[in-house]
Each structure stands twice: as C-alpha cells, then as structure tokens.
Design a binder for this molecule. Sequence first.
Ligand code: URA
Length: 265
Amino acid sequence: MGVDVWVRRPGSPLAGVGTWDAQALAQAGEGAQAPAITEAVAGPAVMVRVAETPGVARAPFEPATGDVAARWDALRSEVLSCTKCALHQGRTQGVLGVGPRRADWMVIGEAPGAEEDRRGEPFVGRAGHLLDAMLHAIGLNRGTNVYIANVLKSRPPGNRDPKPEEVAACLPYLMRQIELLQPRLMLAVGRIAAQNLLSTDLSLGRLRGKVHHFGELNTPLIVTYHPAYLLRTPADKSKAWEDLKFARSVFRQLTDRVGTDGDLS
Ligand code: URA
C-alpha cells in the first residue's frame, strides 16, 4: 500500500523573492498544503504513490547501538584517510557528513568546496548558509534532525563536476552512510546528487516534483535545486520552495501513517 499525494501546479507565493528569508518562507508555507510545482507533470494535477513498502517505518528514536556507533566511527576514519581516487592528493581532508546519526531526513549534495575542505564539514560556505535557511524554513536543522552528506567526500579542484571514476570510488561510502542512518526521507540537492543516486541522466527539471525511491528500503527521495545554483539563479528559489513544501508534506504523510498504523505495510 502507498500514500496518495496530490501534486498540483499552484501559483507560488514566493515568485520574485530575491533572497531566502527563512522566516518569510516558513510563514508563507503555513496553510499551503498543496505541494509541488513540477516540470515533469503535465496538466493541473496528478497523483503519486509515496510509500510502497514498510521501509520507512521505525521507532521514533533509538540511540545508535554500540555496533552501529562503531561502524560510523570506522566509516569516518576510512573517509579521512581514503586514497581510492586522485582527489586525495589535493584535499585538506575527507568530509564525511554532519548531523545526528539517527536523523529522519538526509540531504545529499555534490562534493565539498573550498570552505568545506578546510573545515571538514559539508555545506558551510555561501551555499551552505542558503541550504541551512532552506532547511530551517521546513523545521530542519543540522544540529538536531537532518543529516547532510555529499556524493564525493573529497574536494574536486576548482569545484569542477565529479568524474565518473571519482563517483564510483566514493559512492560506497555514501551507501554505507545511508545504510547506517536509515533516513525516512532523502533530499537530493542538485543534478549531480540526483542523477547519481537515481542512476539516470534525466535533467533536474524532469526529476523534481515526484517521489522517487532509493535502495532496498525503498526510501522516498525527492529532488530539488542545489543552493549554489539558487545563488546564481534566484528566480528559481520559488520553485525550490515548492519542492521543500512537497518534501515536508510527504514526510508528514509518512510519519502520520507510522503514528496511526504502527507500520506502513
Ligand atoms: N556544495 C556541495 O554540494 N556540497 C558541499 O558540501 C558544499 C557545496
């Protein structure tokens, strides 16, 4: 069984918003139940199925067991000392991720930039500040309830796109993170993350506005713009806001069902 989500193409309350004002966005989101704008959807409304399996159900909060904590620690040290691709030669350090190890939400970006490479934490530069504001607008915070990672753990020189061999070398680390975290919802920010996670070459515009499923647990995965792109193209912030509201409504439906049914089967 799945959850029905109506997806329609509303006029955005935020069209023309030049900066990402988290508070304004949060207020604009109140009562805005109809979720996503999607370039992939023709016509005024379509229905999508959110969850086909019980994969997203789990107890509200369980501290990581000793074994899980040890596996996280092992993963972190492997990433820090990784030499599986040439990027290790130019990086300051490998960047694993940030956030609680039992977060329900997981955000996945592309690769560390200069500031992330220096500080050892994803999304701490300008794009990171925008990402934090976007997440804040839907009640998420890297300190409490969202885990943030990248496809690549080492910085590509000049922030160029990752090469296929770099992605191939690094993806197993991300797979282990996802397996350990078992997020209820994944948000891929940007084309590189979306295409690599979904093994597709479809454009970001075609991937937005629908619920994809990832991996053996069929974890719901939603796609939106990369914050660095939004800094360059502020006119698209309103579309990103639609994506975030969509993700929030999907998450609420998933967790409501867990609350009432005990599972999602
Ligand atoms: N862009 C990304 O995709 N990831 C980061 O960590 C920083 C910028």
